[in-house]
Ligand binder design. Structure first.
Ligand code: ADP
Ligand code: MG
Length: 700
């Protein structure tokens, strides 16, 4: 059971004052996931991405122009728009001995302004100060305070990632309310280590992160963030250590089949397996036959054919009369896997079912029954497969596709679904082995290094967005020649509203030219519409699919041979590589157009250059590492790894090493976490949601 001291943090966000059902819904979409809404702790861990300096300038003359300025001034004059020009802005001139500033209000509520800013009154004013025709002006001041309230305005105001419908002030207010809720918790860190590192207590660190004392405080390498990052790393290393210990103790079960279903499958395939695929299948089967638990990573670049390896492994489990799950990171991908595997599975006499958060009602019940009584051999789904209430008759094998989106926590949950489940993790991210080991624990590795035969190279071109018209003309020619095209619009910062808007706008523009040949796919569409858009594209009813990065992972439409990526300079290299891997899967020659908005900095130019030069995922990852650091390679920065909320692989490597040693020592000395520190560590595991590991304690 979770310690009750943590209850306020795991309560829904609507338990915060000022967060009603409407705000709650927006936050659920922003910080929640398929299975649960946003909780107070999600806000607590929503750290500022910057801070606004609101320290007052001594006078108007000294206030910085072109930046946020804060100063005290007297209201000197109200200037309503001239008669007959009702739409012109309302202006108010404020002054001190050193100069004046014109405050500009569009669509002003004049009565309100007259009431709150009477002539002669003094105000603390803060906002972006500009020069306009030689005069200082400020459009819509962000703060207008009576001097006696000056102290309520922090010198450094945290800036948070936003979502549609929640502006900076509201976000600031509710995150502050969440930070207030952070309880005082018994210390789980080693006291000597804390003292040496100069780390403050958890609560103090959390609150300081949300109330930056200076501009540096949000830059990332502060002692406050490092404290919490270390907490997170320790929690995950302890969880890993517990899993390792349990894996050693609990012998696995040998799963071996007679090869009959696999042979049936192989002869049903429309192609012959590559040597690499055969080897990987053999590695996996050897592991499964052993009485130990398998923990294997299958690495293979996009398009290398990992899915069929997964299917063969699941067939081997079925031969032994046991069940398997295949988990995908997105709903779209889960559906695609299910649709593509079902006919093959059927030919081999296997029952396959789909389970995501969207399967509801009687259909869902049927699947759950089939899993519980063993009628279903293979379940394909999203992490809804972990949900309480999903039980298997005899689960032998769990396969996780596109692993960097999953983590140790999910792996633990999986392990809890069956005794001694073998685990296969598939990734297209070419994680250097050393990194994989430290961040994800010990795994055996199989690599698919060759691509299936018959692939043609992809011609990649880097083109300025200024040449949009030419690109569209080229797209038109490709469509006329029978090709299908992905048109990818970028994610704009942290807002998924803006990127959706960009994709919508682009699809409308292309519809003007190509009519109903244009489809649209983005993350905010209802699930059914997403399926429909995808199905239309797969069936060739739409020829151009305008999409946000929801197509990044795994989607497979062999006839798609052209990809246009707009604002390619905004993507990470790994992400560009993943995206581009969606084409070049059929027999036609493929083209990828990387559209950029200039001018490009030297790093951006080098990155796009690498994309033009090579299709080799490992080479791209290496260059990426060189240009950006480890974080990009793991995809943590761009995709927002669910496994790491605070810690950053690129800067916290030293902490990781310390946490690993600390965790091992702790588990050695106090294997049941019974000591006072052990008890506090249990709270830590719940706090960072590694608590499945706590169940292992009881089991042990
Ligand atoms: P990924 O490794 O990116 O998940 P997929 O498993 O989706 O790749 O495979 C990509 C495409 O290659 C699919 O259309 C699949 O049917 C095809 N494919 C897989 N193995 C082979 C093979 N040995 N020969 C030819 N095509 C193959
Ligand atoms: Mg795949």
């Amino acid at each position: 059971m979770r310690p009750t001291t943590l209850d306020p943090l795991f309560a829904p966000v609507t338990t915060l004052s000022g967060v009603g059902p409407k705000l709650g819904k927006l936050l659920d979409k922003f910080l929640g996931d398929e299975l649960r809404g946003a909780r107070v702790i999600d806000l607590l861990f929503h750290l500022p991405s910057g801070a606004i300096d609101r320290r007052p300038s001594p006078s108007i003359a000294e206030a910085p122009i072109g930046d946020v300025a804060t100063f005290a001034a007297r209201i000197a004059e109200h200037r309503p728009p001239p008669p007959g020009k009702g739409k012109a802005p309302y202006r108010i001139v404020v002054e001190d001995e050193s100069g004046d500033v014109t405050l500009v209000f569009f669509h002003a509520d004049v009565r309100h302004l007259l009431q709150t800013l009477p002539i002669g009154a003094y105000r603390i004013i803060s906002g972006k100060l500009e020069l306009w025709e030689g005069m200082r002006q400020m459009v819509h001041p962000e703060r207008l305070l009576e001097p006696k309230l000056a102290a309520t305005m922090p010198s450094f105001e945290p800036v948070y990632g936003l979502t549609e419908g929640i502006g900076p002030r509201v976000m600031g207010r509710i995150v502050a309310a969440a930070a207030e809720r952070c309880p005082d918790l018994a210390e789980w860190q080693d006291e000597a280590f804390l003292a040496r590192s100069g780390f403050p207590p958890f609560r103090e660190a959390m609150q300081a992160l949300h109330q930056p004392a200076d501009a540096k405080a949000v830059e990332g390498d502060t002692v406050m963030r490092r404290r919490v990052a270390y907490d997170e790393l320790l929690a995950s290393q302890i969880a890993l250590a517990l899993v390792r210990r349990q894996q050693k103790k609990a012998a696995g079960r040998a799963t071996s089949g007679d090869g009959q279903i696999r042979r049936a499958l192989e002869s049903a395939l429309p192609f012959t397996l590559t040597d690499g695929q055969r080897q990987a299948i053999a590695d996996i089967h050897d592991d499964m036959e052993k009485p130990e638990r398998m923990l294997r990573l299958l690495q293979g670049d996009v398009g290398s054919g990992k899915t069929v390896v997964a299917l063969m492994a699941m067939a081997a489990a079925a031969e032994a009369g046991r069940q398997s799950v295949l988990m995908a990171p997105t709903e779209i991908l889960a559906r695609q896997h299910a649709e593509r595997l079902a006919p093959l599975a059927a030919k081999a006499g296997l029952q396959l079912a789909l389970l995501t958060g969207r399967e509801k009602g009687p259909g869902r019940r049927q699947v759950l029954e089939g899993l519980a009584d063993g009628r279903i051999d293979i379940a394909v789904g999203t992490h809804a497969l972990f949900q309480e209430g999903v039980a298997f008759r005899d689960l032998a094998l769990a396969i996780v596709d596109e692993q960097h989106r999953f983590g140790v926590h999910q792996r633990l949950l999986l392990g809890s679904k069956g005794e001694a489940v073998d685990i296969l993790v598939m990734t297209a991210t070419p994680i250097p082995r050393t990194l994989a080991l430290t961040w994800f624990g010990d795994m055996d590795v199989s690599v698919l290094s060759e691509k299936p035969a018959g692939r043609k190279p992809i011609a990649t071109k880097v083109i300025s967005l200024d040449r949009y018209e030419e690109v569209v003309a080229g797209v038109g020619r490709a469509v006329a020649a029978g090709a299908q095209i992905y048109w990818v619009c970028p994610l704009v910062q942290e807002s998924d509203t803006l990127d959706v808007a960009a994709a919508q706008e682009r699809s409308e523009a292309l519809q003007q030219l190509f009519g109903d040949k244009v489809g649209l796919l983005h993350g905010q569409m209802p699930g059914r519409d997403k399926d429909q858009a995808m199905a239309d594209f797969v069936a060739g009813r739409s020829r151009i699919l305008v999409a946000t990065t929801v197509i990044e992972v795994g989607v497979d439409v062999p006839n798609a041979s052209v990809m246009v990526i707009e604002h390619a300079e905004r993507f990470g290299l790994a992400q560009l590589h993943q995206l581009r891997g969606r084409i070049g899967r059929g027999s036609a020659a493929s083209t990828c157009l990387l559209l950029y908005k200039g001018p490009l900095g030297p790093v951006a130019e080098a990155r796009l250059g690498i994309m033009r030069e090579t299709e080799d995922g490992f080479r791209i990852a290496e260059e990426d590492l060189r240009l950006r650091g480890e974080g990009e390679v793991l995809g943590t920065r761009q995709s927002g790894s669910p496994d790491w909320r605070i810690a950053r692989p690129e800067t916290d490597g030293d902490l990781l090493a310390a946490a690993r040693d600390d965790a091992r020592l702790l588990i050695e000395r106090d294997p049941q976490l019974d000591s006072p520190r052990g008890q506090a560590v249990r709270t830590l595991l719940y706090l960072f949601e590694r608590d499945v590991a706590v169940r292992l304690l009881r089991a042990g």
